[in-house]
Ligand binder design. Structure first.
Ligand code: GLA
Length: 729
């Protein structure tokens, strides 16, 4: 595979199918970054590291070099005044660390991470992995740092993570330890990040990179609604098809920081990893610490190619679920249909009607357990409320199964309501600082999952419910952010480990869940889409994208989400109308057409639909069965963006063999006297002929891609079309 080393000059070259990444050792000590970009064979790029060797001017000295050198893994305290990746304190309180090159190793395969999600080599031919491990050392501290770079035969992504090992006989305190860094010359970059809030997650925000620092981060204890651990630098004028892109995405589900800095010497540093605010990890003598992974992608062919690199990587090397390559059952979730006001008969009535329409699974959302008539109580008491579910859970599940539907259930395992039996028994289980009243959010506290006994208890109480009936799907929710951080299980020296240990606790529980119930379909969720991240995809193949299912808002949300994550991972449902989040009235077809690009389902009271709406639902469900293989497995192309043009949105999915393509067109606004929209498609076979299904229109692939398809205006706002192009035999 593609890792090469020039032994005498200590140059390391990582080759993926279309990219090259190069590092070297400067001044006999410092590991520097040389090149990342289009593939090339030449290894002679030492001059690119910006190491002066003090030759050019008698004013230059070590500190000048340190502040401009392209470090592969910059450290705090030795004269690099940009944002650095590693800050270590010794027992004397000094924060100086200077890493020198020590050795390297090339290993076949890809190491797993301890207790954390991680990409892995695929089982299919052409999916093997190789890893370069470079060892750096600070001999004064007795600190060893392993930089790991893994590649897969079939991917242009490079996976980076870092291990710190204390080889001294004294304690070391890690105050900051990021997973990846990229030093480059400025090329008039733009920065794209994904921002939002509840109900408007992951909107794409591009902006110029100007002097200084551009930081995106979460300190909410989870990935957050507000911002994604994703960052892309693009060269001027980058479009879907053209321009250079350098992107990073974190395989993690907690606090993170992603920094881009344009410095005084026109250098750009991009880095990503665990947030250092409030973080401190104690490294005892002999102990080690491993960071989560960052996926690094370079594309010379615009954003579209970057997107497909992330999608394929996550599908081939991260998502483990057995459901990854299968149609997920069309589900109906009762949340917006009933909120807390349901009982077994109501759910069975929904199931009965759902079956007639071709829906395949009923998901019972919040409110089935403990004392839970509203969101003010009951979390933590995972015991079926038999006043609501008369005869118990098994009886309900059996009745739903008898109607011909599978059954799924909602949990929020990480939470505890002050008004719950669990809290009355164990008030110390909530995250808290002694003597300080912790703030509530949605009337709830967060359980201290840094403590193994709490993880064990919660896991058991959830697993017991799942074991008690034929439960085939779980929606794992998490409805608040974490503040007032304190654990009764950590002493003062280790309190800075809390946030990372919390995430490790969540991962431990999810690992146990998917191990004990290998046939369970797990959908992660966090008050909508606050835990849409690559870390969660390791455990479940799909994530609830947002509580806002309005199809116009979803254009922004799904554009931003699909920029990084595969369509097969996006939870998307048809909502009730007017929409509960924004009050917008939209045609049922458009709600369906937008949801068909995700995992597909319903979130409305199906028993209250008109006959006409029911007929439509039957049709949408047929459409799902017809198109889902293509949507789930195909290559995604963004054709037009409502965010940019203010009028319409369009995306396309093309099958791997280019024999068919499904184009979704949503015309948000109707305007008079516009002839038609020109949709320039992508990814087709230029030489082939394609028929637009349902018509006798035949086009060459070349014509559709270069001249485009002309989509007539649809009268009225919020119209949409699915256009299915099928290759002629
Ligand atoms: C969160 C989820 C919703 C629903 C509610 C239940 O907001 O995102 O889909 O499950 O919790 O309380």
């Amino acid at each position: 595979m593609g890792i090469r080393v020039c032994e005498d000059r200590k140059i390391f070259q990582i080759q993926t199918p279309n990219t090259t990444y190069m590092m070297g050792v400067a001044g006999g000590k410092y590991l520097g970054h040389m090149y990342y970009g289009r593939k090339m064979d030449d290894m002679d790029g030492t001059y690119l590291m910006r190491w002066s060797n003090n030759e050019h001017s008698h004013y230059r000295s070590k500190l000048e070099d340190m502040d401009g050198f392209f470090f592969e893994y910059p450290t705090y305290g030795v004269g690099d005044f940009r944002d650095t990746c590693l800050r270590v304190r010794d027992e004397g309180g000094h924060r100086v660390c200077e890493l020198h090159y020590d050795s390297y190793e090339i290993i076949d395969g890809k190491p797993a991470l301890n207790g954390m999600p991680a990409t892995f080599a695929g089982k299919e031919e052409g999916q093997a992995a190789q890893t370069l491990v470079i060892t750096l050392k600070d001999s004064v501290l007795g600190l060893k740092i392993l930089l790991r770079y893994s590649i897969f035969e079939d991917s242009d992504a490079i996976i980076r993570s870092v291990v710190a090992v204390n080889e001294s006989d004294k304690k070391l305190y890690l105050e900051k330890i990021l997973s990846a860094c990229l030093d480059m010359d400025d090329e008039n970059f733009e920065l794209i990040t994904l921002h939002g809030t509840w109900g408007r997650e992951r909107h794409m925000i591009p902006r110029k990179v100007t002097m200084g620092k551009h930081t995106v981060s979460s300190l909410r204890g989870e990935t957050s609604h507000e911002v994604q651990p994703f960052m892309a630098l693009t060269t001027n004028g980058t479009s879907q098809k053209e321009g250079e892109v350098y992107a990073m995405n974190f395989v993690y589900s907690g606090n993170f920081i992603a920094e881009t800095e344009l410095d005084h010497q026109d250098g750009v540093r991009m880095s990503m990893g665990l947030h250092d605010d409030g973080f401190e990890w104690v490294l005892d003598p002999g102990a080690s610490f491993e960071t989560p992974e960052v996926v690094v992608v370079y594309s010379a062919e615009g954003l579209g190619n970057m997107t497909r690199t992330f999608h394929n990587l996550y599908k081939n090397h991260l998502i483990r679920s057995k459901y990854l390559h299968s149609k997920r059952p069309i589900l109906i979730n009762n949340w917006e249909a009933t909120y807390f006001g349901f009982d077994d008969d109501k759910l069975v009535a929904i199931a009965k009607e759902a079956k007639k329409l071709g829906i395949e699974m009923l998901v019972m959302d919040d409110g089935w357990f403990g004392k839970r008539e509203n969101d003010e109580s009951g979390l933590g008491d995972w015991i079926v409320n038999e006043n609501k579910l008369k005869g118990g859970l098994k009886s309900l599940v059996d009745r739903v199964n008898t109607e011909g539907l599978k059954f799924g259930i909602w949990f929020e395992p990480e939470m505890i309501s002050p008004d719950s039996d669990l809290y009355r028994a164990h008030p110390d289980w909530a995250i808290q600082v002694p003597g300080r009243e912790a703030g509530l959010a949605r009337h709830q506290y967060v359980l201290d999952l840094t403590r193994q006994e709490i993880v064990d208890y919660v896991y058991e109480s959830v697993a017991k419910v799942i074991r008690s009936a034929n439960i085939e799907y779980v929606k794992w929710d998490m409805n608040r952010r974490i503040a007032d951080i304190g654990s009764l299980g950590l002493d003062s020296e280790h309190m800075g480990e809390f946030s990372h240990r919390y995430v490790l606790g969540v991962y431990r529980m999810q690992e146990r869940l998917v191990t004990e119930f290998p046939n369970l379909l797990l959908e992660n969720c966090s008050g909508g889409g606050a835990r849409f991240d690559a870390g969660m995809l390791y455990y479940g193949p799909q994530i609830w994208t947002s509580d806002d299912m309005d199809p116009v808002e979803r254009l922004f949300i799904q554009e931003g989400t699909a920029l990084v994550y595969p369509l097969s991972s996006m939870g998307a449902h048809i909502c009730v109308c007017p929409n509960h989040s924004v009050g917008r009235v939209t045609p049922m077809e458009t709600r369906a057409n937008v949801a068909l690009s995700g995992t597909f389902g319903y979130e409305l009271d199906i028993t209250k639909l008109t006959d006409e709406e029911k007929e439509k639902a039957v049709f949408f469900n047929q459409q799902y069965h017809k198109y889902n293989d293509l949507v789930r497995e195909g290559d995604y192309y963004r054709i037009a963006s409502y965010r940019e043009n203010g009028m319409y949105d369009c995306w396309e999915v093309v099958s791997e063999d280019k024999s068919e393509a499904l184009v979704t067109y949503v015309q948000v606004r109707f305007e008079t006297r516009r002839k038609s929209r020109r949709l320039r498609l992508d990814g087709l076979d230029a030489k082939a002929k394609y028929r637009l299904e349902g018509t006798d229109e035949i086009y060459s692939g070349e014509m559709l891609m270069q001249a485009g398809y002309l989509q007539n205006m649809i009268f009225g706002d919020y119209g949409s079309r699915l256009l299915h192009f099928v290759k002629e035999a």
